[in-house]
Ligand binder design. Structure first.
Ligand SMILES: *Cc1c(COP(=O)(O)O)cnc(C)c1O
Length: 217
């Protein structure tokens, strides 16, 4: 199937109230344009350098999300334009995002990335760290940052029971934090597990290969 066909198929499977972030990492500008021409405006990239190259070559009304680990020294490059940084995995990087947001005279939306998978290779905050950061946030420690939600990745496994349990951990944290201040985005689910993520309460999904095809890396 072509990229537009894939996109329309995925779009049809996602309820209207669930945001679709089209993950275009490793894919060329031409393919991204095809998806843009289908009406998609929210795209996700996981590397700052690749994102910067693409931003310059694509329409300016795209809302870019960073979904990969962000080094503190690279925050300044994306602070002027990034829509949402989904991958906040330390207080250090959050403080830097706040600092650069001040310099750019804007507020930057972020999601706290929480570690829910059992693999220890994946980045993300422990639940307790996420709670502490959120509590600092409520006390105005990062005034130019808006924490709009949580992001998580489940373990890469066919075991649906395990994946579901991991998603539910994030959903519970989302509900708990929302009691203090309403969170908007629960970002979980990728090409292989997005229907399950939506069942578990995700209202934002990050889909790459099911739209763009297999990545060559
Ligand atoms: C690559 C990536 C995705 C998309 O993965 P697919 O399996 O291609 O849909 C989603 N989230 C993050 C954080 C990623 O790095």
């Amino acid at each position: 199937m072509s990229v537009p066909e894939n996109f329309n198929k995925i779009k049809a499977l996602i309820p209207e109230n669930v945001e679709l972030v089209a993950v275009s990492k490793f894919h060329p500008i031409e393919k991204i344009k095809e998806v843009y021409d289908c009406g998609q405006r929210v795209f996700g990239e996981n590397k700052v350098q690749e994102l910067l190259t693409k931003v310059n070559e694509l329409p300016s009304d795209i809302q870019w999300h960073l979904i990969g680990h962000l080094q503190t020294n690279k925050v300044k490059y994306i602070a002027p334009f990034i829509d949402t940084i989904q991958s906040v995995d330390s207080e250090k990087v959050l403080l830097e995002i706040n600092k650069e947001a001040v310099k750019n005279n804007r507020k930057i939306k972020v999601l706290l990335q929480v570690k829910i998978a059992e693999e220890d290779t994946k980045y993300g905050l422990e639940i307790q760290e996420a709670k502490e950061i959120f509590s600092n946030y409520l006390e105005q420690k990062y005034p130019n940052v808006e924490i709009t939600g949580l992001m998580g990745m489940a373990t890469f496994t066919n075991n649906k029971i395990q994946v579901k349990a991991e998603f539910m951990v994030l959903k519970s944290l989302f509900d708990e934090l929302s009691k203090f201040k309403k969170l908007e985005k629960l970002s979980m689910g990728m090409s292989d597990d997005f229907p399950l993520a939506i069942e578990c309460g995700a209202n934002s999904v990050r889909i790459g290969s099911a739209i763009f095809g297999i990545r060559n890396y």
